[in-house]
Design a protein around this ligand. Structure first.
Ligand code: ADP
Length: 165
């Protein structure tokens, strides 16, 4: 894996412990990891790209994760991956329900460019039920999200929902 770059793309709206679990696994395998934050207007994200990047930075900093790059992109993922010279796209697989969509995306990306491989990583079981959507729902109703996201993300979600956005 020497000199190999991997891209971990996602909406990260916001970053959760599940994302962090995958990032920690990926950096053990790849010497260079780029976290690629998709603008993704189709998903109508709660947070702006800038806010999402800031939360990623604040969440990863205390973990001492080095050699990580965080970038946003609004182009086709495969184009971004090629532009960055990535050998692999990392995706997280939580449950069978993720499989169909991820399978389709991996094969389409392969069709677009066969030189970039999609690799799937499984999180620790405790995070298999976790998604950004669930976190936002719990936070919206004022529930406890402390063990699902990092303290900076808890703060940001509380602020967001306190303002009634
Ligand atoms: P996207 O809109 O691209 O699905 P997400 O931020 O929801 O963006 O997810 C980015 C990637 O992280 C996806 O591969 C997703 O399956 C993975 N992921 C999200 N939550 C978890 C989790 N709890 N455990 C493992 N992988 C996860």
């Amino acid at each position: 894996m020497k000199d190999k770059t991997a891209i971990y793309p996602g909406t990260f709206d916001p970053i959760t412990m599940g994302h962090i679990d995958i990032i920690q696994r990926a950096v053990r395998v790849f010497p260079r990891l780029i976290i690629a934050v998709a603008h993704n207007p189709g998903k109508a994200p709660l947070f702006s790209v800038e806010e999402r990047i800031e939360m990623i930075l604040q969440s990863l900093e205390p973990l001492g994760l080095r050699d990580l790059e965080i970038e946003s992109f609004s182009s086709l993922l495969i184009e971004f991956a090629k532009w960055k010279g990535a050998a692999a796209i990392i995706r997280g697989l939580r449950a069978v329900s993720d499989f169909e969509y991820e399978f389709q995306m991996a094969l389409i990306n392969r069709k677009l460019d066969d030189s970039v491989e999609t690799l799937f990583m499984m999180p620790s079981e405790q995070y298999t039920y976790l998604s950004s959507r669930i976190v936002k729902e719990i936070a919206y109703y004022g529930g406890n999200i402390e063990c699902l996201v990092t303290p900076p993300v808890v703060k940001k979600l509380r602020e967001k929902f306190a303002r009634g956005t």
